[in-house]
Design a protein. Structure first.
Length: 104
């Protein structure tokens, strides 16, 4: 069975650092990586897990679990497009339904 390579986003979630930091670390060869099509970075999960303690030390990331507010902030950051789109769709549906209910 072939190992699934991680994307930059997935690696950043595991290491708890930004995607920009992941790209910089890969460009300076501090993280083992592959380039697909000469452009897209991919990482082996084992390599990312091995380097996690060094990255935590370098970026002073505490070992504590994420608090609820941090998890919510990450959720909104990674799903902002879907949240805004859903809100707009719901608002438009409400406007359409409201007009039909008022006329009836």
């Amino acid at each position: 069975m072939k190992e699934k390579l991680l994307t930059t986003r997935e690696a950043s979630l595991i290491l708890e650092i930004s995607e920009k930091d992941i790209i910089e670390l890969a460009n300076t060869n501090l993280i083992a990586h592959f380039k697909l099509g000469g452009e897209f970075l991919r990482f082996k999960k084992d390599d990312i897990i091995k380097i996690k303690p060094a990255i935590k030390k370098k970026y002073n990331i505490p070992d504590k679990n994420h608090r609820g507010s941090e998890q919510l902030r990450e959720f909104i950051y990674f799903n902002d497009f879907y949240i805004v789109s859903g809100t707009v769709i719901i608002a438009l549906i409400w406007i359409i339904i409201k007009d039909f209910l008022v006329k009836a």
